[in-house]
Design a protein around this ligand. Structure first.
Ligand SMILES: C[S@@+](CC[C@H](N)C(=O)[O-])C[C@H]1O[C@@H](n2cnc3c(N)ncnc32)[C@H](O)[C@@H]1O
Length: 224
């Protein structure tokens, strides 16, 4: 499907949304789960694509984006990877905070389209890739950012191994995570916590306490 068609689909399924934690950005987000689920169900079944996670800004991503905007030195002048970018919320915050280069990566073509739409909407420049970087052996960035990427064991192991490799080579790795099911606290240091308002239909609650974690000891993740 041409990029412009997918971008138009994103615009049709979402509305411009300003989250109270992140008034700096207007993001194309869905407010209801069911219509989007129904619209994408057939394609998901035929292609094995991820469900439309891109259509919501997750608490981990929102908290990490807030943290980066408030602590721009974490990314300023650095080459940054936003892994599992979804709507692009974290990578866009890094771009706005002065990163030298940002790559927003997601295996879902709707997520890369949503990130493209959101970058344009907010006047920011990021590179966007659909390549599965977790399947690559030699990936290095100065800073790895991952918002709500630890929601499933295989994904958590892959992200953890990449984070460990990057920190071994002198980079830093940061996670925004409300302690999802696959979250392994080992080797991580909590640096800040945010109360994030969330979509009740998605999370079955309205507020989630969400922590920013820095990987300090990669040993555990190397063995996963
Ligand atoms: C829960 S969403 C979080 C999105 C965004 N970071 C946020 O916080 O709003 C997780 C994202 O990870 C993506 N994902 C899953 N496997 C991936 C992989 N191997 N590489 C990159 N992204 C992946 C999904 O497509 C989805 O967009």
């Amino acid at each position: 499907m041409p990029e412009s068609d997918r971008d138009r689909q994103i615009e049709g399924w979402t509305r411009p949304t300003v989250h109270p934690l992140l008034p700096e950005f207007s993001l194309a987000l869905a407010h209801r789960l069911d219509p989007l689920w129904n619209a994408t169900a057939a394609e998901l079944e035929n292609t094995g694509l991820e469900p439309p996670w891109w259509a919501f800004a997750w608490p981990g991503g929102l908290a990490l984006a807030r943290h980066i905007l408030d602590h721009p030195d974490l990314v300023k002048g650095h080459r940054v990877l936003d892994l599992g970018c979804g709507s692009g919320v974290v990578g866009l915050a890094a771009a706005r905070a002065g990163a030298a280069h940002v790559l927003c990566s997601d295996v879902d073509p709707y997520a890369t389209a949503a990130t493209r739409v959101n970058a344009t909407r907010n006047g920011l420049k990021v590179d966007i890739s659909q390549q599965d970087l977790l399947a690559e052996s030699d990936v290095f960035f100065d800073v790895l950012l991952a918002g709500d990427a630890l929601y499933e064991p295989a994904m958590a192991r892959g992200v953890g191994r990449l984070a460990a490799a990057i920190t071994r080579r002198g980079g830093t790795a940061w996670f925004g995570d409300p302690r999802r099911a696959a979250f392994p606290a080992r080797g991580l240091t909590a640096v800040a916590t945010y109360d994030v308002s969330v979509n009740r239909e998605v999370e079955a609650t309205e507020q989630m306490s969400t922590t920013i974690w820095r990987l300090d000891d990669p040993t555990f993740w190397e063995g996963t």
